[in-house]
Design a protein around this ligand. Sequence first.
Ligand code: SAH
Length: 288
Amino acid sequence: MNLCDLNNIRTLLGRHGFHFSKAMGQNFLIDASIPQAIAEHCGADENCGVLEIGPGIGCLTEQLARRAGQVVSVELDRRLLPVLEETLSKYENVSIVSGDIMKLDIAALVDTHFSGLTPLVCANLPYNITTPVLSALIDSGRFQRLTVMIQKEVAQRICALPGTADYGAFSLYMQFYTQPELLFDVPPDCFTPQPKVTSAVLRCTVRKAPPVDVADVPFFFQVVRAAFALRRKTLLNALSAAFGSRLRKDELSALLDACGFSPTVRGETLGLAEFARLTAHLQAALKH
Ligand code: SAH
């Protein structure tokens, strides 16, 4: 059965008495070329275990099952379980896990299901939890590559370069851990129901080693968040707001100078290397 055919979807879901839930970010693909392209770009083969989040009725799951060694698909909506049992019955390498991806131990899930396989993520993500899911997937430290369809705007923020309007703390987080590439756009009319936003497929290749030397990674991201917390202010004022109780403004000013930054520099113009330098200087100053 073509799981992207609108008539098939209506018949199938009608038979199961299913109604779409906005709260669960349910927009199902109705253009068969899209799940095919996503699965192709994720690069899965029989040596890979693929984690999917939110299979819906299984149109992408099926494409992954044809390529990968194992597919584990986590679905929050229990009403979809009998549907998936029907649509994916012929694929022996697919396990559906019923649950909320935000509450599962992702590392344990990978270790139990993908022993001896290269773990990948491939999913049309529920858009309301895009950033926390991406963070949890990266923090699990298990995946070699994440290929996800998300809101185009978020994909642009993830790929954004310093000094652009889209650039922010989440760009730095994603670029520190991965090399993100925006692959292609997917317009609203490829889904039912149609979302209000354009989507895009993003592929993030997880780095084997950090792109810059950082002694204390949590502190590095604390500095990054501080720099972007007051976006319209200079870096000096932003740092002063965050670390003012421990360093005087003239000390912070001298520190920016030692980093080679202009006194009026804004955090949004700094790249990974500059933030790494700033973090090292701040850490040394705070130890005194
Ligand atoms: N992959 C399908 C459906 C994408 S819609 C397709 O492309 O057609 C998003 C899916 O994520 C829905 O099936 C929704 O029920 C599921 N979902 C939403 N929140 C979730 C969560 N926290 N954990 C797991 N699945 C979730």
